[in-house]
Design a protein around this ligand. Structure first.
Ligand code: BEZ
Length: 211
């Protein structure tokens, strides 16, 4: 089972848009790799429409989307055709066909509570192919696209600025849209942080994103 900090393993996968090589084909970009329990199911359909409607936002965030379920490629093709014909939504991202569950098992997207299908997993993979965040939802709860985008933006900002993002960022109850300065590792640094930044204590300093 893959965990935060692991690298996405090398795999050649069949998708609705042809063969893809993981992680090479996504190097230099962020990747949202997400699994769904099954094609032609209602909650998954709502999620696919939502991912599709937000695909431009993901593109602007230098992020590719890649779906996966333990269905064959033909049901994937039929389902996205149905979504286009009946709901008017083009699915612009590829979907991995993994009927034997090989990819899903390696990634930990199949879990003991329901071994016949993938859970709703979301892997956030950075441009160096490192897994930076994982979300799991059960079959009965569809994902929140706003939270996925918020988490992605927060990860990108945290990485670029070497800061940490507070709860509910950018609307945190204590520090608003400000970000958290890394906790000092020695007394000298603690003193410096307390002088330079607003703080609740030496281990809780924060600053506006720009500075
Ligand atoms: C759904 O996406 O609606 C769904 C998925 C798995 C089982 C039941 C429903």
């Amino acid at each position: 089972m893959l965990l935060i900090g692991d690298y996405l393993p090398s795999m050649t996968v069949q998708t609705t848009q042809g063969i893809k090589h993981l992680p090479e084909d996504y190097k230099g970009k962020w990747l949202i790799l997400f699994s769904h329990p099954g094609d032609f199911t209602p909650v998954c359909t709502t999620e696919f429409v939502s991912f599709a409607r937000n695909s431009e936002t993901f593109k602007q965030l230098n992020t590719e989307l890649l779906g996966l379920s333990v269905d064959q490629v033909q049901p994937h093709m039929k389902w996205i055709e149905w979504i286009k014909d009946c709901l008017g939504e083009e699915i612009p991202f590829p979907i991995i066909a993994d009927p034997m569950g090989k990819v899903a098992n390696e990634l930990g997207m199949i879990q003991p509570a329901k071994p016949s299908a993938t859970v709703r997993a979301v892997f956030f993979v950075d441009p160096d192919s490192k897994i930076r965040m994982i979300l799991y939802y059960p079959a009965e709860v569809g994902r929140n696209m706003e939270e996925i985008i918020r988490s992605l933006v927060a990860l990108q900002i945290a990485t670029e600025n070497k800061v940490a993002m507070p709860a509910n960022w950018p609307n945190n109850e204590l520090i608003g849209n400000q970000v958290i300065v890394p906790v000092a590792n020695d007394i000298e640094e603690a003193k410096k942080n307390a002088e330079m930044y607003e703080h609740y204590d030496w281990w809780f300093a924060y600053k506006p994103l720009e500075s």
